[in-house]
Design a binder for this molecule. Structure first.
Ligand SMILES: [Zn+2]
Length: 315
């Protein structure tokens, strides 16, 4: 199959997904025999979210040229691939995405791509016992537990070593260095968040992206919307959260860069009606990092920004 026929196939899959037809066998298939890289220059790698691209950037270094499909402020739950994305995916040597249904509208596309090249869902080989459930599926927001995101990094390392064995030693050396940095970041989170008094260790956010964060670092978390931004926040849900905030005397809630603030505003108004003042404790990066070149434009910077914002609001 040549590149243009792959491209046509992918466009077809994208169209079928858009009109609600699912081809058989959705789910991530890995081709039985993955080809090893034989190109001369850097690997062409296409990634979905900034967090995934950041992992690959740290482990592959200059060996990879990375295209990232979802920029700052983009919600991956609702994201639909553009024709430009399909071109970037079909011309890539390797594709990395987060997985666990985070990029829910691109599943069929990944299945199709996986018949021709390595397509790796970095979060899908994390220890099953460590994953949180949401009804019948898994909560995809694993990057908020730094130790789990390191496991996702191990998947990136394994895939790069397998596909491009000539560069294995470089990948391993870079990964070891980066994993040490992640251990330090995990420690930073623990030390900082320990400053929040026990009765204020509650985070209310626009959607339920912080359950792994809460579990790892001992904070109770509540989202106005569910684990996916596809679910609507009902009036009952908002009223229950207002009562919760009033009863627990919670002083601050948080907005997210990739989610609409509409529901957060209803919550603030609901509390005001019960004579309880709640403020916005700051903006958190949930499903997208900041703009490239800003402090929150890396995974490390995004986590540090969130932790510092939360500690400042709740301490
Ligand atoms: Zn999310």
């Amino acid at each position: 199959m040549n590149r243009s026929s792959i491209f046509v196939g992918l466009v077809l899959v994208a169209l079928l997904s858009a009109i609600g037809c699912k081809p058989e066998g959705a789910g991530t298939a890995i081709p039985a025999a993955q080809p090893a890289y034989r190109g001369a220059g850097p690997l062409q790698v296409t990634c979905t979210t900034g967090m995934v691209a950041d992992l690959v950037r740290n482990i592959a270094g200059p060996r990879a040229e990375i295209k990232q499909l979802m920029g700052a402020g983009v919600d991956p739950h609702l994201y639909k691939s553009s024709p430009g994305d399909i071109a970037a995916l079909s011309s890539a040597d390797v594709v990395f995405y987060s997985g666990l249904h985070l990029e829910g509208k691109m599943t069929d596309l990944f299945t199709q791509l996986a018949t021709t090249k390595p397509v790796i869902a970095v979060a899908e080989k994390i220890d099953e016992a460590k994953l949180l459930h949401d009804g019948g599926t898994h909560d995809p927001h694993v990057w908020f537990d730094v130790a789990l995101w390191k496991q996702a990094g191990e998947q990136v390392l394994a895939a790069l070593v397998k596909f491009d064995p000539a560069e294995a030693a470089n990948y391993q050396a870079r990964a070891q260095q980066y994993f040490t940095q992640l251990d330090e970041l995990d420690q930073f989170c623990r030390e900082q968040l320990a400053q929040i008094p026990a009765d204020q260790r509650v985070m209310v956010t626009a959607h339920d992206a912080f359950r792994y964060f809460g579990k790892a670092y001992g904070i109770e978390v509540r989202g106005i919307q569910g684990v996916s931004t596809e679910s609507e926040a009902g009036v009952k849900g908002i009223n229950e959260l207002v009562d919760f905030l009033v009863q627990r005397k919670i002083k601050a809630i948080f907005v997210e860069t990739s989610v609409s603030e509409e529901n957060v505003k209803s919550l603030l108004e609901g509390c005001r009606a019960q004579n309880h003042t709640v403020t916005i404790g700051g903006q958190l990066y949930s499903d997208a990092m900041g703009e490239p070149g800003t402090p929150a434009g890396t995974y490390d910077g995004m986590i540090r920004h969130n932790v510092t914002t939360i500690v400042h609001a709740l301490k």
